[in-house]
Design a protein around this ligand. Structure first.
Ligand SMILES: Nc1ncnc2c1ncn2[C@@H]1O[C@H](COP(=O)(O)OP(=O)(O)OP(=O)(O)O)[C@@H](O)[C@H]1O
Ligand SMILES: [Mg+2]
Length: 112
C-alpha cells in the first residue's frame, strides 16, 4: 500500500474528490493546512487576490491506495489540480506497511 499526502489549492478539492470517486476511490482524510513552497515570501494568487504572506491556505489530502493504482492516481490528481500557475501543490509518496478496518479486522488492501 502507498500513502499519498497531497497538498492542493482548496478550490480544487471538489474536482479531485469527484475524479477519485470515478476511479472507485472514496477513502480520504482532508485537513486544512498552511504552507509555502519555493516562492515563500513572494506573491502568489489565491482566489483572485495577491498574497505576500509566507504561508498560504492549502488542503492536505491523505490517501492510502493499493500499490498498483498509484500512477493512475497521480495522473488523476494532476488532471484535477493543475492550473499551471505556481502553487498548484505537491504529492508526497510513502510506502505504508499495513492498514486495519476497525469494524471487521480486515487488513491490507481489503481494509481500504
Ligand atoms: N518541500 C516541501 N515540504 C513540505 N511541504 C511542501 C514542500 N513544498 C511544498 N510543500 C507544500 O505544498 C504547498 C504547495 O507548494 P507549491 O506548489 O507552491 O510548491 P513549489 O515547489 O513552490 O512549486 P511551484 O513552483 O509550482 O509553486 C506548499 O504551500 C506547502 O504546503
Ligand atoms: Mg510555489
Amino acid at each position: 500500500m502507498i500513502k499519498l499526502e497531497v497538498i492542493i489549492r482548496p478550490e480544487r478539492l471538489e474536482e479531485l474528490q469527484h475524479r477519485l470517486e470515478e476511479m472507485g476511490l472514496t477513502g480520504m482524510t482532508v485537513t486544512e493546512v498552511r504552507g509555502a513552497g519555493r516562492q515563500a515570501g513572494y506573491v502568489e494568487r489565491y482566489r483572485g487576490l495577491e498574497y505576500r504572506v509566507r504561508l498560504l491556505p492549502k488542503l492536505k489530502v491523505e490517501l492510502v491506495v493499493p500499490q498498483g493504482v498509484v500512477e493512475e492516481v497521480i495522473k488523476t490528481i494532476r488532471d484535477a489540480c493543475l492550473t499551471g500557475e505556481v502553487g498548484d501543490g505537491k504529492i508526497f509518496i510513502t510506502q505504508l506497511s499495513d492498514a486495519v478496518r476497525i469494524r471487521t479486522g480486515e487488513r491490507g488492501n481489503d481494509a481500504l
